[in-house]
Design a protein around this ligand. Sequence first.
Ligand SMILES: *[C@@H]1O[C@H](CO)[C@@H](O)[C@H](O)[C@H]1NC(C)=O
Ligand SMILES: *[C@@H]1O[C@H](CO)[C@@H](O)[C@H](O)[C@H]1NC(C)=O
Length: 984
Amino acid sequence: MADSACRELIVKAIFICLLKLAFSYSFRSCIEIPDSNHKTFRCIKCHETDITTIVSDVFPTATNLTVSRNNLTHIQGQSFHHLYKLTSLVLDANHIASIHKDAFNNLQNLQMLNLSCNCISSLHPDVFSDLHNLTELLLGNNNLTYIDLFLFSSLTNLQILDLRGNHLKNISSLVECITNLSSLIQLDLSFNNLTTLHHSTRLPNSLAKLYLSDNKLHKLGCDKSFLKYVKVLDLSDNKLLSSKTFQGLNLKSIKYLRLRFTNVSTSKLLNYTNIQPRHIDFSGLKLKHHALTSLCFHLRYHQIPKMVLQSNSIRVLYKNTFCNCSSITDLMDLSWNEMKTTSCLQFLHCQNQLETLKIEHNHLTRLMSCDTFKILYSLKSLSYRYNRILRVSGYAFSNTPNLTNLELNINIIAYLDHKALSGLRDLVTLRLDNNLLTDIYNDTFEDLTNLKTLNMRNNQIAVIFNYAFQYLSNLIILDLGGNKITQMRPHAFDRLKSLANLYLDRNRLKEIDSTLIGKLHATLQVLDLQANHILYFTEHTYSPFINMSRLLDLKLDAQEPNGINLLPRAFFRGLTSLKSLYLTNNHIIGFGAETFDDLKSLEFLTLDNSCVGIAQLKPGIFKNLRKLKTLSIENMGIKSFSKEVFGNLTGLKQLHLNRNAMMSLDISLLDNLTNLTYVDMRSCPLSCGCRNSELQNWTISSKRLQFPYLFNITCQDHPGSFFHNFDTNVCYLDIALYLFSSTFTFTILLSLIPLLYVRLYWKFKYGYYVFRSWFGEQWRRLRDQEEKYIYDAFVSYNSADEDWVMEQLLPNLEGSSFRLCLHHRDFELGRDIVDNIVAAVYGSRKTICVVSQSFLRSEWCSLEIQLASYRLFQEMQDVLLLVFLEPIPERQLSTYHRMRKVMLKKTYLQWPGPNCSDPNSAKELFWNQLKRALRSSNTGSQEEQKMKEQNDQRRQDKEGADQEEREYFVNQTPIDDEVYYLMP
Ligand SMILES: *[C@@H]1O[C@H](CO)[C@@H](O)[C@H](O)[C@H]1NC(C)=O
Ligand SMILES: *[C@@H]1O[C@H](CO)[C@@H](O)[C@H](O)[C@H]1NC(C)=O
């Protein structure tokens, strides 16, 4: 218990490792069967001879694994250790000679193991010890001479054991090996070297089928009850086996006994054993006319539903041969005999319940008229396949009028009389294929009104005449492939009211006659026109399929001798239900971008080998094929794709690009193909250069997508090296440099940011808002060129100065009918503060900044100044008025770098402080100056020009300036020469 838990843990750990290693979704030697959900894998005919290497990258999800036709010679221990989910493992047709005893360790789920057709001569007794769930073990066609007693001892669920084609001699030891396999149902020991059935122990009771043909049995030598439970027993081709050895044998369970080509006499067998005669296959027992007559006499009281009489060299049968076997009801099989004539089946005249008769592989040469013979009403199915029938006369089936199935195929029928099939009103299936018929007469099928399938493939028919099938209104399948049809007359398909499948492949038709097939539009689903002589010279041909809205499957591939050439532009118009379209092996000169536009239901499209030289698929060529699941465009000389080629193929699962001229593939082309699971790019001259480095990376690491045989793809430009592992490092060098420099810059920035944050925080922030305001302004300008100002001034102040604003500024200015905008009063509620400020600054002719210590500390006020000064600087609009409520030392102002700049550039007013000599007149002067400034126009007015001149003048005699005036105005030490004062 603990041991198995531990083992499971280890196994899991190994799986995880393997999963990590196996990130490639391509397999060195295998392919995953598309749509198998990572379950079915095939590794066939690869050049690897080491099984561990072959299966190492198969996903642990695998349940069915086939490793066939490789040159394996040895199976190592633990070869399939990671594939613990396997239920089926096929290793046939290799050259396996030895198998390690731990080779199949861990395959507890395995149900089927096929080791057939190898060179195994011995097996270690423990080799199958883990396979507790194995139900089927196939070891046929090896060199086994001996089986170890314990070889099968763990296989308690084994049902089928195949040991045919070995060199086993000793049945006794074999029976000992299997005697405890209580589930064993079937044991095949054919083609071995057994000479007797002498045994020491018994067969499992469950064993129902025992095949012992082609051994060297000359006697059975077994216990009388040895075969007591066996139901199916094949002893054929043991040429020395005689009746005597069956004496007393208990064969009561037998349901089928085959004794072909033995020396057994049926009558003796029936005397010696308790076998039911109806369960004997009478083939190959030299039962000719006389023996048959006496056999039937022997069986006259028995029910014999099936009488199989193959290979008895029967030449003639007489009227009375079977009269004592009148109870044959189901089947009489006379194949592989030497009959030259059927004699209108007169030998069946006593069998009035027989349903099926087979006379295949005989020497029949003609079927004559039978209208005067006894009618065999019960016969429903009749087969004369593989004879030499040249001629079928009129009324050949008149005495078998109830046939539903008639097989005349694989003969040399050249003459089929107009009336040959007369009277077969119930016929459902008629096989006339592989004969030499040249003509169909319009009354050939006159009575076959219930026919559903008519197969005339591989004859010599050249012309289909009018009304050839006029009576076949129930026909569903008509196969005329492989004839020499060059012509079909306009009414050839008239009255085929139910036809769904029409095969006209491999004929010599030069065109698709739309009126002819148009008559089948209501029912036709499959149309096969492969390998005819259809050829177009112009794009301007109408669609021959215009009404074929039910057609599901259309084959037009391989037109002789050189392809269809030009696809008319709207060739497929009308095929709205089509699911599969085959156009391979045609020389098509370019596909128009709208060629496939109507095929909205298409799921399968193949264009392999369909181009002349280098093909370029037009953008949008597949644009409507949203349901397409498989697209095969192999060997079309395609060099590259544009993204629009695959644009809409969202349903695509498989893409076959084999043997094209692409040297690279841009993987972003496949971005939209979200359902893609399989891309086959074998035999493309892929370049192992940097432009494919992404593709390489992608094929190796793609999880959802299989790239079959990736590891076999070689480099076009570097012979001898492989695509999957070419060196892509060189491609990433530039990226490394880029990464280095960007990281470096980033690091430098990171160390600078705190510094800049401290120094330039407000600069950044202002910059941002300035940009916003600039942007908003551009937008505003666009929106409204002629916007009127709502306010005369927007007052920007700090709440600490609110008293002064409300008590001094407001009464003074609004009293003089100035409209003021105050943030607490006029800002729109719910609007972003910045937007409000922007709106206020731009909605007012001027902005008054009430500057105090608190103002300078408030960020929003600073922002307001910024916006206003932006207008000032950037738009040459003189909008900013600074009002200083208290004297602010220059030292302090210098921190507000920008404000200082504004101050130096523009006007400002000083509110007369309490320690002013004449506060009242000073205040009056202040209000006058402010009102005047508010009234002044914004842009470069004459007044300002005048003021500037005055200021300039004043600067010149600055020394003699009035002391009082100096008190009202902040007297900054001028930093540059542009300082001037606003004067009353
Ligand atoms: C197996 O070996 C034979 C010769 O021993 C060779 O002809 C054949 O090509 C090999 N098959 C594979 C799949 O490598
Ligand atoms: C896989 O193997 C199981 C068990 O032998 C079998 O029943 C099943 O049909 C196999 N599936 C395929 C897809 O071959």
